[in-house]
Design a protein around this ligand. Structure first.
Ligand code: IMP
Length: 255
């Protein structure tokens, strides 16, 4: 596992070095404007070529510690200079979008505009088939009670909503969805979405992870029956919706 991960990143680095060399070679033959016009838009950020090279200052547009931990871990191999909106004390924008992508975009834009850095935002949540996708983009709001966040309460709301539909909550089909937006000032935007399929289990089990993790069993862990809160962070990161979305983001960045 470690070896295949290393070889993945070695291949990625080699591809990035190759691209930098090709761009340098192209530069010898044309001016900056024609060079940029000839490249895919994803390569162009703030009027310059964008490969998220090591040390790029990146703000993670979140105040959620669980998401922050996972995104920091996922981003680690890129060796960026990462800071979070929470650490900078930036206000949380109201999530007025009607989709994960729309909310990720407004969070990324707010953080990039306030900080001047390239921003990465995640909007994510749990989507339950029998509940027509609820809690979905309202996942955080379903857990709010009397101004506090309580995921035991949210899990119970989901369980009773499924029972009200005349269905069995145990084993109900669900998925975690994550929209990621990378945003740089001057409206350079990359958007992707990832998901992980699974089923629900009640009562909640496990102490790891965060949010709805204790009631979600990924299909890949069906045999053990372990929830996202019972597996290790590394096991979760190997298959999570956030990781899937990030892999797509890398693909877009690297052509
Ligand atoms: P938002 O993206 O800030 O709107 O919040 C998403 C909500 O979904 C939060 O309440 C999270 O706890 C929940 N959520 C998102 N990703 C995960 C996850 O990986 N595990 C458990 N809950 C999650």
């Amino acid at each position: 596992m470690g070896t295949s991960k290393n070889s993945f990143w070695r291949a990625k680095c080699a591809a990035m070095k190759w691209r930098k060399r090709s761009v340098a070679a192209l530069r010898e033959h044309c001016d900056e404007a024609s060079l940029q016009a000839s490249l895919p838009p994803e390569w162009i950020f703030r009027g310059s070529l964008m490969l998220l090279p090591p040390k790029t200052k990146l703000i993670i547009a979140t105040h959620n510690q669980g998401k922050l931990r996972e995104l920091q871990e996922i981003l680690l191999p890129l060796q960026l200079d990462v800071v979070s909106a929470g650490e900078l004390g930036l206000p949380e924008p109201e999530e007025t979008g009607d989709s994960f992508a729309a909310n990720a975009l407004l969070k990324a834009k707010a953080a990039a505009t306030a900080s001047g850095y390239v921003a990465l935002a995640d909007d994510s949540g749990l989507s339950v088939d029998i509940l027509n996708g609820d809690p979905g983009i309202y996942s955080a709001r379903w857990a709010k009670i009397d101004g506090k966040t309580d995921f035991a309460w949210a899990a119970e709301k989901i369980r009773t909503a499924i029972i009200d539909k005349g269905e069995n909550p145990q084993g109900a089909k669900a998925r975690f969805i994550c929209a990621l937006t990378l945003y740089a000032p001057q409206d350079k935007i990359l958007q992707v979405e990832g998901h992980v399929e699974g089923t629900l289990t009640f009562p909640a089990r496990g102490e790891k992870g965060f949010g709805y993790d204790p009631i979600f069993i990924a299909d890949q862990h069906k045999n053990s029956g372990k929830t996202f809160a019972e597996i290790t962070p590394q096991e979760k990161n190997a298959l999570s919706h956030r990781t899937q979305a990030f892999a797509k983001l890398l693909q877009k960045l690297n052509g």
